[in-house]
Design a binder for this molecule. Structure first.
Ligand code: PLP
Length: 449
């Protein structure tokens, strides 16, 4: 069931999901993709259109993992990572807070209903003045800063704001580094805090971000030590900080290790933390694995050596891709993560020559996969092992497509965004439904049940 143009009709969710998607643990997500693709055959354009499958129970399980490993730290989901309306509702229902980067994100979160503005942190240290004013009007008071001009701006536009100084952390072990753009080095923090005091502003705490996709969990220990130093600097200027925000960057595969480093460092540097609220801004941790993408092979270019009048010059070598597959989502769409989020993606075969039963012994060769636009930069995989026998109309699947994909997609060349189909196919569907239903019963979430 595809529920509209990427924006879903509330009444249709869950009640309309086919039984396949209702949490039977034996049904693999991939089968869900295949069946959905087959069902979509009603209309030729929709039938071949690429689509995401979002497994909401995976988001639920990540939340369980979070609360088990970091029970003291309230996650404020980084909306920018994937502002999917049902992910937001589920996390709202589960009691998470939200990290918003703009007034658009703030409006989206507040429009869910049931999220008090105090659950939102405006975690962009460089905001437009009009955004600061609209945050004030919306009752969103908690916001970050890392420079003096932002303080002057906030003093004018939202003097009652609760401010968090974002300090510079070591981001050298992250896929996406932020330190070049954001974060006050510890040396400038005392003067920033003095200026805030002089302006009569209320600074309540400290945040940092180790960079997105942090592959060295030990970095969190160093960041907590820096945050402790910033707390001391705050007290020297006359503030008593009450909030520590440990940011985002949590990688799925290294989450437990990062949580353990974080918890140890908090115990070491904040042994007496009564009166200090701990929060974080995880993004990719929640959604990365929850979304898969199915894309259709719309065109194919393969050498027709036997029909060539002249022998190919130079002859294709065996270490060069033999077949080029063109699919209907690319780097200007969901695969923008290759450009912006430095990702590599790994296609797998969902259907081969029209059949969804694929022999494991199917011979593979080096192929390349391209997006649908007329730009040659639109390359999804330069060289990947795939069967040469894939045909136009076959489907490729891509897992781990939930983070920084849909949110930054464009419609370049007139290609539409890929739809999202919602499932709870890996189990946990009951918990997801219960959370959303009790949220809806309180009058929030606009009838998601
Ligand atoms: N917080 C802020 C301020 C960010 O800029 C980002 C990502 O850009 C995040 C949180 C989320 O980071 P991640 O998705 O790596 O957890």
């Amino acid at each position: 069931e595809t529920l509209g143009e990427n924006r879903l009709d509330d009444d249709k969710i869950f009640s309309s999901l086919p039984p396949l998607f209702r949490g039977h643990p034996e049904i693999h997500l991939r089968k869900g993709i295949i069946d959905a693709a087959m069902r979509a055959g009603a209309n030729e354009v929709d039938a071949e259109r690429a689509f995401f499958v979002a497994d909401l129970s995976q988001v639920y399980r990540q939340h369980e993992r979070w609360t088990k490993n970091l029970p003291e730290i309230v996650p404020h989901y980084a909306v920018k990572c994937n502002p999917d309306p049902y992910v937001l509702r589920l996390l709202a229902a589960l009691g998470a807070g939200f990290d918003c980067a703009s007034n658009g994100e703030i409006s989206q979160v507040l429009s869910i209903g049931g999220v008090d503005p105090s659950r939102i942190i405006f975690a962009n240290p460089c905001k437009a003045t009009s955004f600061v004013r609209s945050a004030a009007r919306a009752g969103v008071n908690t916001m970050t800063f890392d420079n003096a001009d932002e303080l002057f701006k906030i003093a004018r536009a939202h003097p009652g704001a609760k401010l968090i100084v974002r300090i510079l952390a070591d981001d050298s072990k992250s896929i996406c580094r932020f330190g070049i753009k954001f974060g006050a080095p510890l040396e400038v923090v005392p003067s920033l805090l003095s200026k805030a005091k002089e302006l009569g502003l209320d600074v309540i705490g400290v945040s940092f971000h180790v960079g997105s996709g942090c592959y060295d969990p030990t970095i969190y220990g160093d960041a907590i030590r820096r945050a402790r130093d910033a707390f001391v600097m705050g007290s020297q200027v006359g503030y008593q900080f009450s909030l520590l925000d440990v940011g985002g960057g949590f990688e799925d595969a290294r989450f437990e290790a990062a949580a353990s480093v974080l918890a140890d460092a908090i115990n070491e540097y904040f042994p007496d933390r009564k009166g200090i609220r701990l929060i974080a801004e995880p993004g990719r941790f929640y959604v990365s694995r929850a979304f898969s993408l199915a894309a259709n092979i719309i065109a194919r270019r393969a050498p027709m050596v036997e029909n060539c009048l002249e022998p190919l010059d130079p002859k294709p070598s065996s270490d060069e891709p033999s077949v080029m597959y063109y699919i209907n989502d690319g780097v200007y769409g969901a695969f923008n993560c290759i450009m912006f989020d430095h990702q590599t993606v790994n296609p797998y075969v969902l259907s081969l020559d029209g059949s969804f039963h694929i022999s494991p012994s199917e011979p593979l060769s080096l192929c390349s996969v391209w997006g649908p636009t007329c730009d040659s930069i639109d390359c999804v995989c330069k060289a990947v092992e795939l069967p040469e026998a894939l045909q136009i109309g076959d489907w490729l699947g891509f897992d781990d497509m939930g983070a920084y994909t849909i949110c930054a997609s464009s419609q370049f060349n007139g290609f539409k965004f890929s739809n999202v189909i919602y499932t709870t196919s890996k189990g946990g569907g009951e918990e997801v439904r219960r959370a959303l239903c009790s949220f809806a019963a309180k009058g929030h979430g606009h009838g998601v049940c």
